[in-house]
Design a protein around this ligand. Structure first.
Ligand code: URA
Length: 437
């Protein structure tokens, strides 16, 4: 009975290579045992030829492979075996093994999302550069796909994500994976461990090359097809006036929110941007990193903008309130909505940003942005999806905040709301183009 040992729990490349060789060699699923981290490299049978599987089955297997269940190697092998033999029903709706694989895939997907939402970064220095260090204990093996997703979404972000399963380190030279750390008591312990281990960690780390990026799998809600709306060409640097404002706002003490926050999170974007996207306030990751919309809500916004044909590099993005308001729950900082008074005080900076940029369209993401610009409470679900003429001659468009999508209770409502959000952004895109003509 063959016994195949994978290099590590997320050795997707090794598993795929072995599964292919065993299928071609005719090894029945019941005759094959999978283990992890055996001392010696296992031998693969000599197998000639190849075969293809449907992309959706491979994608499902890749996601289910992230589930923390030792049975997954064997069950996924048996799916591949049956698909190759033509005995796996095409849709697999009623197949018990497919149902298990789907359950694993969904659990891993939810866990990947949880990790991105709950991750807290500590700013550190790595080889003279600003770097972000975070620890999290995921339920499933989602470190690698999440690190890959974060690296793609923010090409300039240097980070190290530490988990008990392993560490993902990303700097200017690329993304690498090394050994992990069990529950550090506090941030100081984590930083001390990182400082003591970074050289060994980097020397022994292996390069990126394992599990694919989580979000590319078919279970993720898919928005409508991206329309072909043509390019928008805009200059790419902030103006001098905006740089001065950013510097002035960094010392803002206009309201008490500056006290517990790490820093002011000012808007960013090029001087010629025709649209200003306005959120509520910085979240935990934005507060640590110092840039707007870089956490989970920002990642979802990026994805939806991309689907709608809006290039984030060509818009200006900011918040109604420039400091993170939170309550401490244990070690976690929980978001607290800003009050109408805090929104009113911070309007000083929003007005200054608008005066410096003179955008054709303001995109109001959610109720706080709506209140800041329209000067009254807004009923987002009722009033969304249409332009507002502002008393000063400007144009605004109200839609939901991306965190509203993250709060949806199930996949179906998340997919529905996401598609509606993308539709709103497509309308925004049309508005920007017509307002700029
Ligand atoms: N939510 C916001 O409204 N703004 C951010 O920058 C991040 C999350």
């Amino acid at each position: 009975m063959p016994d195949y040992s994978l290099a590590h729990e997320t050795d997707w490349t090794g598993w795929r290579r072995a599964a292919r060789a065993f299928v071609l060699a005719g090894v029945e699923p019941a005759d094959l045992t999978w283990t992890v981290g055996g001392l010696e490299a296992s031998r693969l049978p000599d197998a000639e030829g190849g075969f293809t599987l449907s992309g959706s089955l491979v994608a499902l297997a890749a996601r289910a492979f992230q589930a923390r269940d030792p049975e997954r190697f064997g069950l996924l092998y048996s799916l591949i075996w049956r698909a190759h033999r033509g005995t796996l029903p095409l849709t697999g709706e009623d197949d018990p093994d497919m149902r298990i694989a789907r359950r694993w895939a969904l659990a891993a997907r939810a866990d990947a999302h949880r990790m991105r939402t709950h991750l807290r970064f500590v700013p550190v220095t790595f080889r003279g550069q600003g770097h972000f260090l975070g620890w999290y204990e995921p339920g499933h093996f989602v470190l690698e796909p999440n690190a890959r997703l974060m690296a793609r979404r923010d090409p300039a972000l240097g980070f190290t994500l530490v988990t008990p399963d392993g560490t993902a380190h990303r700097d200017a030279t690329g993304l690498r994976f090394g050994s992990g750390l069990k529950n550090p008591e506090d941030d100081e312990t984590l930083v001390a461990w990182w400082e003591a281990h970074q050289d060994t960690l980097l020397a022994t780390a292996h390069d990126d090359g394992g599990l694919p990026e989580a979000e590319d799998l078919p279970e993720a809600p898919r928005p409508p097809d991206r329309p072909n709306l043509g390019p928008v060409v805009l200059p790419a640097r902030p103006s001098n006036a905006m740089r001065t404002l950013t510097r002035d706002a960094s010392g803002c003490v206009r309201c008490p929110l500056h006290g517990p926050a790490t820093q002011t999170v000012f808007g960013e974007g090029p001087s010629g941007a025709r649209a200003m996207f306005i959120g509520e306030q910085a979240g935990d990751q934005e507060d640590t990193i110092g840039r707007p919309f870089v956490g989970p809500a920002g990642q979802l916004l990026d994805e939806a903008m991309e689907q709608a044909g809006i290039d984030r590099r060509q818009i200006y993005i900011t918040n109604a309130v420039k400091h993170f308001k939170f309550a401490l729950r244990g070690r976690r900082r929980i978001h607290v909505s800003p009050s109408p008074e805090e929104i009113g005080i911070c309007r000083f900076w929003l007005d200054a940003e608008r005066a410096a940029l003179n955008p054709a369209v303001l995109v109001l993401l959610g109720g706080s942005a709506g209140r800041a610009v329209l000067g009254r409470p807004v009923a987002v679900t009722r009033e969304r999806g249409r332009p507002f003429n502002l008393p000063d001659g400007g144009l605004a468009f109200l839609t939901v905040h991306p965190s509203f999508l993250l709060r949806q209770p199930d996949e179906a409502s998340r997919a529905r709301e996401y598609a509606a959000f993308v539709r709103d952004l497509i309308a925004v895109r049309t508005l920007i183009n017509s307002a700029s003509e």
